[in-house]
Every structure is written in C-alpha cells, then in structure tokens.
Design a protein around this ligand. Sequence first.
Ligand code: MG
Length: 265
Amino acid sequence: MASVLFNKRFNILNYNTHNMKKIIVMFSVAILSATTLFAQKTMKPEETETWENEPPVVVPDGNYGAPSDAFLLLQDGLSEWESEKGSEAGWTYENGIITVKPGAGVIQTKKGFGSMQLHIEWRSPEVLDPSKTGQARGNSGIFLQSRYEVQVLDSYKSRTYSNGQAASIYKQHIPQANATTPPGTWQTYDIIYDAPEFDKKGKLVKPAYVTVIHNGVLALNHVEIKGSTEYIGIPEYKAHDEKMPLVLQDHGNLVSYRNIWIREL
Ligand code: MG
C-alpha cells in the first residue's frame, strides 16, 4: 500500500517536472525570438557590411578580348605548348588558330594548372566522309590536368553514346543539353574546374568538380569527376601534382582551337 502511494506521488512529481521543462523551453524560445526580433529592428545596415577582402579589379575585356588577369595560351603561336614528351608541339598554327595534325599526338601546356576558369573555342571539320559517324566525327578532347576529359565532338545531328558526346565528361557525365552547332562553326566551352586534393600518402581527400557551359548553355553543373576518364574500364583517382598541364587530344580528326585562356583560381 505504501509503495503504491509512493509510486503515485513519484509519478505526479515526474509529470510536474516534465511539464516544467516544457514551459522553460517554450519560455526560452519566446525570449530568444523576441531578442532576435529586437536586434533585427535595432541593427544598423552597416553592421552587416563586409569591407575586408576587396575583390581585385579584373578588366573583362583585356588583352585579345580575354579578362585582364587571364593567362593566354595562343598569344604567340604554339610557344606555350609542347608534345607529350616535351619536344615541339607538332600541330599547325595559323592566325591564332591551331589545328590537330593527325599522328602528331596530343599537345600540352608547358605550364601546369590547378583549379581554373578555362575559356576555349573549337571547331569541327566539315564532314567530308558521310561514313564517319559517332565518335569518328570531329573527335578531340580537353584533358583538365592531363587526365579528366571534357569531350570535343561533332554532336550536331550526330548520335553517339550520351556520356561520350560533346560537353560530356567522357564516360562519366551526360551533358544536360546538346548545344552543338554545325561542323565548320566556332563553338565555345567555358569550364570552371575545381582540382582534386590528395593527402601526403596520395589518398584522395576531395574529388574534382566541374561546370561546363557550351555555347552559352549550361551542360554540366558542378558535377563530381570520378577519376581519370577511361576509354575502357572504371575511372580511378591516382594522386598527381597540384598543377598539371592542360592537354588537347589528337584523335586523328582536323579539329581546330582558338582563343584559349585560363584564369587560375
Ligand atoms: Mg575525345
């Protein structure tokens, strides 16, 4: 009997404590909300202005039409480029335009780059041989840090696997739109690239991300790169230097490039 009475009393006590807690929480929330509201009303506009970290001035239309802080890659012929093995770049150059020389191999920048904003213009050759379809039409590629390919391909009214068409990350990401214009016309890629990070043991700490705008149309929006882009097999990350050359692919087609510039981020 005594224990029943005790339990009842204890439950009442417990109930009251629980209710008290609830009331205290509600009261605190009300006070906090009132304080915030009061602070919002009494704050001056200046209190939320940030004057530190003033962005540097960049003139949008600087040298050769590129922003004033851009690194120009075709300002002086192929002087910024070399072959994969370090010898002279074997592509043709004329009036600011470079063109793949089939068999000459890839060309790469002498300078290395990490995270960047890249502007590049490309042109597929006229389709002279109608039997050339899919991946055989105007194939080239832009390898960010020498290993992550943004596909260059004549995808104008020409079908191939979706994750291998123009503006794809080759065999990793399908572009949201096909903005390809006819072969023989100049096209633009504006690429924002966040380089991957590796720890001292070579383990991936942060993957790479990329945004690709094709002829002014968003194709890829901050997608995660899964590793080096492979023709056969699964992409995989292998540690590399923070800065690596930009590589342009020789796929045997007469693809041309012009007005290539990079803003390092
Ligand atoms: Mg390619």
